[in-house]
Design a protein around this ligand. Structure first.
Ligand SMILES: CC(=O)c1csc(NC(=O)C2C[NH2+]C2)n1
Length: 130
């Protein structure tokens, strides 16, 4: 109903700010846009469900997140994709894995610090009853 729509509007505003803040951090630059197939031709042979921060911003605007947990699920996907595509001991892979883990931990920390648990519970109720 209308109160639920007001709650989801507030969630979208909150998630946009979190997403923008992550995308502004140069450490996470590699995760801000979809991997270019021309530059990395084998990427989509290995990673079946690509995800990135720009795509997440679009999902927010298309009302595809109904609670912070759903948003964090896509953050986790960005992270696990990077760990899977960059498994080797060489320094380049290690740096990308470290950045992926830092993205995940930073996103969880921002949401824990800035999101009211009652608000998230209300959002979960809306999601679970739809
Ligand atoms: C987004 C992402 O995880 C990504 C983009 S390029 C890349 N890895 C490399 O280009 C090489 C380092 N070993 C392969 N990882």
């Amino acid at each position: 109903e209308e109160e639920e729509e007001a709650t989801l509007r507030e969630l979208r505003i909150f998630l946009r700010e979190i997403c923008a803040k992550l995308a502004r951090n140069r450490t996470f630059y590699i995760f801000t846009k979809p991997v270019d197939e021309e530059e990395v031709p084998d990427y989509r042979e290995i990673i079946k469900e690509p995800m990135d921060l720009e795509s997440m911003m679009t999902k927010i605007d298309k009302h595809e997140y109904e609670c912070a947990q759903d948003f964090l699920h896509d953050i986790d996907l960005i992270c696990t994709n990077a760990l899977e595509y960059n498994p080797d001991r060489n320094p380049e892979d290690k740096v990308i894995r470290h950045r992926a883990c830092t993205l995940r931990d930073t996103a969880y920390a921002y949401i824990k610090a800035e999101m009211d648990t009652d608000f998230e519970e209300k959002c979960r109720g809306i999601r679970d009853n739809r």
